[in-house]
Design a binder for this molecule. Structure first.
Ligand SMILES: [Zn+2]
Length: 329
């Protein structure tokens, strides 16, 4: 018996030493890969905000389908890969090395974003059809987005049809967020009214598809309630909600979810628009130009969803709760 024990001991030591060596080698390889990709997972992420995608736009929020397609093509060309608002807010970002994260968000559940034919195929010209088409041509581009829905629910009215829309989005990798049921301005309302309206938006979705419980909220008009926290976490008495992030309507790139600047109570978004008029500085074309000109400020992945990779120089900006995943090169 004792002989066997003596034999086992050195072999366990050798195995442990080999495992430690392998770990050191793997870490060195991870660092080298992060440096090669110029990874900066503390960099900023544009969260783009869309409303109706229609020909002959009638408001500044509408976008022509051709202009929308051109913006998706630009994102492909500049190395962006979409992630959902839920992935962003919870820090689950799994995109290839060297790629930049972008979040595509669609407000108000317009039929121009998603309409399905009788067999469940998206109709040509809708935002979803365009996204899928761009992704077919460019396989590196994930066709994912977040839909902030209200009771308008893509123009369909029966619970069965509404459930079809929510289920289709889920089955195709899209994310459903809360935009309140009635699109009420929450500014200045009392706490109970805020809780009731946000909870009603939450229930609208979960009553249709229980598993589609939203992870994030977009504030109607981007307006925060008197206490910003009321929109993130609350309870109407019957329905409770506790969101990973609450999104605003303006007007700059969002901080990395791994950085100290991240604030779940108010995540900025960028309206889509070309550089003219009131879009000359703060809409998508202007900010994508800025991010391209300032690559050191932009989120760039190391290709490993488990690590948060960044140049050592940026270490003071790392949020404490992610330090266990830090990979500083
Ligand atoms: Zn809205």
């Amino acid at each position: 018996m004792s002989n066997q024990g003596d034999k086992a001991a050195p072999s366990a030591q050798v195995n442990a030493a080999k495992a430690a060596q392998a770990k050191v080698a793997a870490h060195a390889a991870s660092l080298a890969a992060a440096a090669k990709a110029k990874a900066n997972e503390l960099g900023q992420i544009p969260v783009l905000m869309y409303h109706r995608i229609i020909e002959k736009p009638t408001s500044v929020d509408d976008l022509d389908p051709k202009v929308f397609r051109a913006e998706m093509e630009r994102l492909v060309a500049e190395g962006y890969v979409p992630i959902t608002a839920a992935e962003y807010a919870t820090g689950r970002i799994g995109i290839p090395a060297g790629k930049h994260a972008v979040v595509l968000t669609f407000d108000d559940s317009s039929p121009s974003q998603l309409s399905l034919d009788g067999m469940g195929a998206p109709k040509a010209g809708t935002a979803v059809a365009i996204l899928q088409d761009v992704a077919r041509k460019h396989p590196s581009f994930r066709p994912v987005a977040t839909f902030y829905v209200t009771k308008d629910m893509f123009g369909v009215t029966t619970p069965e049809e509404q459930a079809q829309m929510v289920t289709w989005l889920r089955n195709n990798g899209f994310d459903i967020g809360n935009h309140t049921r009635d699109h009420l301005n929450l500014r200045g309302r009392e706490k109970k009214a805020v809780f009731d309206e946000v909870a009603a938006g939450h229930k609208l979705i979960t009553d249709l598809v229980k598993e589609a419980s939203p992870v994030t909220l977009a504030l109607p008009y981007g307006n925060q309630p008197t206490k910003a926290e009321w929109a993130r976490k609350g309870n109407s008495g019957k329905v409770a909600y506790d969101y990973g992030g609450v999104f605003l309507a303006g007007y700059n790139p969002a901080p990395s979810p791994y950085g100290k600047d991240f604030n779940a109570l108010g995540i900025p978004r960028i309206r889509s628009g070309v550089k003219k008029g009131d879009c000359s500085k703060f809409c998508s074309a202007a900010w994508l130009d800025w991010l391209k000109a300032n690559p050191d400020k932009r989120f760039t992945s190391d290709g490993d969803a488990k690590t948060v990779a960044y140049p050592k120089f940026k270490a003071p900006f790392m949020a404490k709760q992610f330090t266990g995943q830090a990979l500083a090169y």
